[in-house]
Design a protein around this ligand. Structure first.
Ligand code: IMP
Ligand code: MG
Length: 181
């Protein structure tokens, strides 16, 4: 797998230092609020596990299965929800966790659906990575681990065709693997 990586952007040790900072900020901001973290499967599992172990609040955790890529490197434009019931967040403050903010469609669709259908007290979002680019849908995350360029990245939860999620770092996927030119 290592040979498929063009260059490493963030080593595990760098990610964990940043997660300490993000966790401290989230802990301060939520204090004694009733917090429910909603993790977007599958990409945010690694991020969620490392981040939440650094937040000493009595929070609850739920997951949402959503997809917008359908196996390629470009967002399909269609966000599909894979489950029929939403997390029970009535009267809770919600923090959505996702691996990466790209076109903005996924976060926007999730926020909109939760607010319209599940009666949370508030909804904020936290992503490990945010691509610096013009979003297809105007959305920004409230907490961002790292900003990156408009490149396709893998590792630490992020996949290409469901591979590479278990790499312990975030790296750029070699272009030749998906773009023959
Ligand atoms: P958005 O809806 O375009 O913002 O895309 C968000 C989702 O697309 C993320 O949850 C990821 O699953 C996936 N995604 C976007 N960019 C990348 C990338 O560079 N590598 C791997 N997955 C990505
Ligand atoms: Mg994802």
């Amino acid at each position: 797998m290592r040979d498929d990586v063009e260059n490493i952007l963030f080593h595990e040790s760098t990610i964990l230092v940043r997660l300490d900072e993000l966790a401290a900020q989230i802990t301060r901001d939520y204090g004694d609020k009733e917090l429910t973290v909603v993790a977007v499967l599958n990409g945010s599992l690694w991020f969620m596990a490392d981040l939440l172990r650094r937040i000493p609040l009595p929070l609850s955790v739920d997951c949402l299965s959503v997809s917008s890529y359908h196996g390629g490197t470009e967002s399909s434009g269609v966000v599909t929800f894979h489950q029929t019931s939403l997390p029970d967040i009535d009267g809770r403050h919600v923090l959505i966790l996702d691996d990466i903010l790209d076109s903005g469609r996924t976060l926007h669709a999730i926020c909109t659906k939760l607010v319209a259908e599940a009666k949370p007290l508030s909804v904020k979002s936290c992503v490990l990575l945010a691509k610096k680019k013009k979003r297809a849908v105007e959305t920004e995350a409230d907490y961002v681990g790292f900003e990156i360029g408009d490149e396709f990245v893998i590792g630490y939860g992020l996949d290409y065709k469901e591979r590479y999620r278990n790499l312990p770092f975030v790296g750029v996927l070699r272009h030749a693997l998906y773009d023959p030119q």
